[in-house]
Design a binder for this molecule. Sequence first.
Ligand code: MG
Length: 174
Amino acid sequence: MRILVDMDEVMADAIARFIEWYERDFGIKYKEEQLMGTKLAYVVPEQHRQTVLAYPHQPGFFKDLPVIDGAREVLEQLNNRHEIYIASAAMEFKHSLYDKYEWLDEHFPFIHWKRRILCGDKSVLKADVLIDDHDFNLSVFSGRPIMFTASHNIHFTNYERINHWKEALPMFDL
Ligand SMILES: [Mg+2]
């Protein structure tokens, strides 16, 4: 099986970086529980919204992000049995490209560069499965879409889900 795996909020915890930088800039530390069904930019005071939305466009935002719990162990096992491809719409954030590459080398060295797709519009990608946290990627995917649970997507009910990586092994015959 050819399986596409998104990076942010599926492999890498970018929400943690939003929270960290907002606290750095404004002295208020949000908890992820406060972001259920939404994103940080939409819960902060309106005058801070553009600042928060600009964070991922800044150098360093994607550097050394925490790994989502279980991602490394489970993807390594899945990678032994299936074709795992990274599919990240990294072109939106030009400074992210190098940081994402380095991050994959550090945490997912078993994923060869030929299987790293740092792209723009994911709808051109064809595979059997896409694991992603965003409806706008899953809804246009031609294969089997699987929503990886993140705080912002908890209200979507129309997808098969992975809530934690440990649930993924039995879904793919492991
Ligand atoms: Mg994502």
